[in-house]
Design a protein. Sequence first.
Length: 750
Amino acid sequence: MPSHAESSLEAGLVALKQGNYQTAIAQLEPLASSQGNDTASLQAQVGLVMAYARIGQIPKAIALCQSLTVSQNPQVKEWAQRALTHLTARKKPHKQSTNSETGFVAFDNSHSNNSQVTAPSHKKPQKTKVTTVSPRNSTAVTPNGFQKTFIEKPATPSNGFLGAGYKQIKEFGIYWRQAKRAKVWQPLRKPSLIPLRLLAAGTFIALFWVLREILKFAMEFINFTLVKLPYLEPLQLLYSDTTHFLLIVLFASLAVSPWLLDWLLASYGQRELSKDVLNNYSRETGRVLHRYCQQRHWPIPKLRILPVAAPMALTYGNLPHTARIVVSQGLLEQLTDDEIATIYAAELGHISHWDFMVMSLVLVVTLPIYRLYQQVSAWGDKTNQILRPPFTIIASLCYGIWGLLTGTALWLSRLRLYYSDRLAAEITGNPNALTRALLKIAIGIAGDVQKAEQTSWHLESLNLLMPVGYQQSLSLGSVAGHLTFESVLMWDHLNPYRHWLAINNTHPLIGDRIQRLCQIAQHWHIDTELHLASQQSLSQQSLKVTRQSFLLQIAPFLGIPLGFVFAGLIWLLWQAAFTLKFLNLKWIYEDWSFVTGCLLIGFSIGMVIRMNSFFPEIKTSSLQADDLLPNLLANPSTIPIDSVKVHLVGKLLGRRGTGNCLAQDLILQSNTGLVKLHHISWLGQPVNFQDLIGRQITVTGWFRRGATPWIDIQTLQTQSGKTLHSPHPIWSTVLAVAAQAWGAYIFLTG
């Protein structure tokens, strides 16, 4: 492309993005009429269609779209046909706004990055839809489902139409295939609910056991403190067994969970959602709720809404008659009619499978603790630096307890979503709409994090019950404008060790869920929204390398069973020596505490074996640039041990103050998306990581591709030269040495 054509195209697209449509038209019209460069001409014509539509010149937009329908480029042709359908359908003599007529979404030129979209004609005229978009990757969806751009997959610079202008075009949005639903479909084979029921029972037992141990530890600590203090006596009540009391409390909490959670979520602004308001956004949802509940002889669940911009949905209660389905304002505004219906159908699945009952109990237990952490953090932020440490300790303790209790429901939280996805597809006959809904929720969550420049309290505290986890949404949702969904989801459904690496995740891998939805669509003989690759796309050599890497990845945990084996061999050796009257070590091998020492030694050896591969030396010449991050995400055969040394520039996002004292909310906003950061503080550093939040920084560290991609930080450096070090290798060494020393002490002393 000649330099003047490239600059004109770029200037026109930038003007279009900023809402300067007349300027965009002036820049793009000469290029669109040019016959000398097909690539630039096609890109300019696409931009002109959008510009004409947004200023109300529908006839011009239609005429230009008709010429694009005969294009030799299949992507442009498909886009033009879809655009022409909506342009002609909207060219009617009723009074609507330009956006509603054309089905296009205007680009916002404000700092808030919000786009206003008029509701479709079947909705009340005063209703508007707000779609949050980021400056780099916009995914604003019109009410009728038409998207802003036609890009389906990235191309190399030499690949025809997309070529050199791909970066400019891809910033404008994401192409959705809009695959159809099944018109007639056979019911799916009913899955066995036994694993789900057993896991629900196991979750209740785990929650009870963890609560009992925490309560027992707290009571013993209080009495220990009272014994050590002068003039005070321990409380005999705190020596009693709390098993029966705790069981009574848990069952009572389960009985009142709907009303208790109503009260707790009222502090988040939860209110009733009327059916009329819901119908303004999705008429199909009302039909789905009525039909399914009538078949089951249930009353329709009570509908609630949270005034939150991020797309969220959750269900709680203890019986179908007391169930509540809660969605956020952002979900209603960012999803289309059929997509909203699939999310509600998935929530009905939780009620039908009864897993919502145990999850409601978990939320009843964890949400008050999280709110306490939130409140203590707020108090700590209001105090001066001298009085802040006690609040920091209490907030960290509350957050740790919240995380521990939340961890009891991780397996149930993952498994139940597979069942609800399946039922939602069967209820609606629309697995493709559910696929789009899951992806748009991820995009909306990432957009909300970018806009707020931190993870909101709502997202973190209610994450366990949401259809898509906020952490898995960060990279997936923000990189969507730079990489096709098929590419970024390859790891989720192709990596052979993905399930092992997601063992501590709250949600199943989105790629794995979408793969199952695609299989349902293929079973019903309908086209799929995404064309995901098959397992055969990974070569045997790649699988072999991954297997070796995986064994190295889990070396510290492999050291634990090896410690058992070592302890057994030691016991046999000592027994043989005692039998032969060669050596009497009965005082050691009869005290089984030496097994604990062997386990710690095995863990330490595994840490040492893994350390060099986990933290390779970083050299400037081997660093990956920021624009290669999408490629790192698209590699399906890597795991966290395959450390990629990176050097990224971007903005540091995260909570400020006491609420982020453990550095649990640190995110890098780079040019190509959001990446989770892991930081470990080091005492005595002159720079505090919280001083860098909101500033442009340069991150050097190790990129790791797991269920949630992240970067282990080596250094954070500001533009002014301030440098913060994160000594991950040092702390790993300290942990390994401490485990080795402790294990040896136990082993030698018995």
